[in-house]
Design a protein around this ligand. Sequence first.
Ligand code: PLP
Length: 389
Amino acid sequence: MINENYLNLSESYLFTEIARKVNAFKKRYPKADIVSLGIGDVTQPLCPAVVEALHKAADEMAVAATFRGYGPERGYDFLREAIVENDFYRHGIDIDADEVFVSDGAKSDTGNFQELLATDCVVAVTDPVYPVYVDSNLMAGRKIVKLPCTAGNGFVPELPAGHVDVIYLCYPNNPTGTTLTRDQLKTWVDYALETGALILYDAAYEAFIRSTDVPHSIYEIPGAKACAVEFHSFSKTAGFTGIRCGYTVVPKELPAQLNSLWNRRQSTKFNGTSYLSQRAAEAVYSPEGREQIAATIDYYMWNADTMREALTDMGFKVYGGQDAPYLWVGTPNGMSSWDFFEWMLHSAHVVCTPGMGFGDQGEGFVRLTAFGTHENSEKALRRIAMKTP
Ligand code: PLP
C-alpha cells in the first residue's frame, strides 16, 4: 500500500513539466537559441571569497590532522555564530546560535518542517505560492486554505476568514516578486499571536530587498519569536544552488518545544551539510564576501530594473522586481498563462514560468526571473518586443 495522499498531488512538479515542454521543443528545433527566464536558478559564479574558502576546506580534508567527518547536528559553531552576528545582531535582533539549524537549503526545511505538526492542522498558503509548501502538506494529508494575492489587493493576502493553524508566508515573494512592509507583516504577527497560529516565514530572497520599509526578517516585528519559524537560503544570496546550504531559525520561545522537536527530527533524519558548504557559507559573511555578493545581487537587480522598464514600455502590466529577482507579468489580451508560455517559447524562444503553476490566482500571469545574464535578459526583451501578440 502507498501513501494515497500522493495521489492528490498534481501530476508533476511545475519545473519538471516546463523542462519536458522545453526539451520537446529543442528536439523539434535543435538549432533554436533558447533564453531561459523560467526556473529560478542563478547564472553568476561563486564569488572569489567563497571559492577561496572551498579550496582551503578541501585542503583541510586532505590532511588527517584537519580532516572532518560528521559535523555537529545543528551545523558548525563558526557558521551559526557568523549567521547570528551578521543576519540578526547587526540588525538589532537577538537570536541565539542554538536557535539556528544549518541545512542543505530552504527547500528541504520548508518541505520538512510540517512533519512536526499534527495532520489535522489547517494550513494557509498564499495563492500563488511556492509549490513546496502545498505539496509537502498534501503528502501529509493536511487541509489547505488559499489566501488569494491578486493585483486587486496589491498581492497582500487578507487574514483568513476561518480558523487556521499554520500560515506560510514568503517575502520577498516567489513568484510575484512583491513584498510586505513592516506594518503589513505586523498584522500577521499580531494575528498569529492572537489566534495561536504558527507562521512559517520563508526569507529566501531577503538579500534582494532595497526598500527601507520592507523587513529582512520576521523577527524585526515584536513578538515574532513566539509565533514564527524563519527559513533562509544561500542559494540566491550567494549562488549556492549547486553548493547547497541554508538555515532555519526555530526560536526557543515558540510553544510546544518546537526547537527541541526540530533538533530531534533533524538529528534523526538529516546528517548535516558538508563541511565544505559550511565553510563556503561562512565566507559569505567575510568583509570581502559581503562586498562580492552585494555586487552580484546588484547585477541581478540591474536585470530586474531593465526588464521591468522595457516590459512596462511594451505595455505589459508588471509587478514585483523592485525588492526581488522575480517579475510577475500580466499576459496580453487575456491569454492563459500556459498559452502565453507556449507563445513565448515558440515565437520568442524565451522560457518563462506560467503563473498557473503557482496556483489558480496565477492564471493570467507569467513569472520572469532576473537571474539570467544581462546579455540574455536584453536578448529576451528584444525578441518579446518584436513578437508581442
Ligand atoms: N524558498 C523559496 C521561496 C524558493 O523560491 C526557493 C528556491 O527557488 C527555495 C525556498 C529553495 O531554496 P534552496 O535552494 O535553499 O533549497
